[in-house]
Design a protein around this ligand. Sequence first.
Ligand SMILES: Nc1nc2c(ncn2[C@@H]2O[C@H](COP(=O)(O)OP(=O)(O)OP(=O)(O)O)[C@@H](O)[C@H]2O)c(=O)[nH]1
Ligand SMILES: [Mg+2]
Length: 334
Amino acid sequence: MDLSQAEAVIDLINSENELSSKAALSQLEGVLSEKIRSLRAELVSLAARMQVAIDYPDEDLEDITTDQIKESLSGVRKEIAELLSTADNGRMIKEGVAVTIVGKPNVGKSSLLNCLVREERAIVTSVAGTTRDVIEEYVWLDSVPVRLIDTAGIRDTDDVVEKIGVERSQQAIENADLVLVMLDGSMVPDDDDRRVLRATRGKERIIIINKTDLGVSKYTEAVRAKAAGSPVVEISAKTGIGLRELELLISSRYKMGALVNSGSAVITNSRHKAALMQANESLFRAEEAIAAGLPQDLASIDIAQAMDELGEITGETVSEDVVAEIFKNFCVGK
Ligand SMILES: Nc1nc2c(ncn2[C@@H]2O[C@H](COP(=O)(O)OP(=O)(O)OP(=O)(O)O)[C@@H](O)[C@H]2O)c(=O)[nH]1
Ligand SMILES: [Mg+2]
């Protein structure tokens, strides 16, 4: 068993859902190790062919051409990029998609959280500023694992405690994979609403107009016009109107199930992601050196480094400190 497989054991133990255990199992079976080993083998063979040319320049050996080096490097980089492209999904499989409900006080954020988790988890009152801290619940929306996060209503306030809550809400927007921006459909949007809309521009978001049971949705069109491409849904957290549509709108964005079931390697570990990014960079430097016509020894150094960086994933080239750190997560004797 190599290091990435040992890490998969930890992941399997800590796994919170069927998808993450499936991903951990595939890593344990060596799908990732196999991939990394084949990439390293490609680099080892490339480096060896380059080394012959460097060591025996006078021999009449068939030199590896610049084009061949370039082709080999770009092939490996393409495969690394493919692996890296799974990392976002991999993290969400492991931790759940961070879906954060934000909006000014009293629009119904906590009511929505309670509806989606189907229990009275958060306190709901008609007092603006009820939620003071960030509340997090794990839910499944149509086989998508979601960390649903309710936040304190965002507004200008002098209350010390509420102020801290507002700061945490802003932090929660930063950390969110998807932001649910909630507006109160029974009221004309005001400065506080505009502030929330501005703070979430550029984030993945869905705009929710709540309290449509009160019958006033004449502002929806105006909001839609200013939504800048973000979907707008009308709901009532009180009667349940529109909730199913909202759930589908959220879950249909994520295709982690298909990714895991495809059987290809998925990067779920941030250590692996970092190593792949470093290897990618080293290979990029090698490509540049070759393209600039610099001596091949220079590219060789970068290629050797990329081999080491890939080896960190499987443990071939990892330092003892890192291994010790990883194995700290095994609870021996428990
Ligand atoms: N009529 C109606 N009332 C609702 C709806 N959703 C929430 N409310 C009411 O609105 C008030 C505020 O709801 P909360 O869920 O506490 O609102 P919040 O956004 O979490 O408020 P803060 O925590 O203060 O930021 C409560 O009295 C809810 O019962 C809805 O869809 N329709
Ligand atoms: Mg609340």
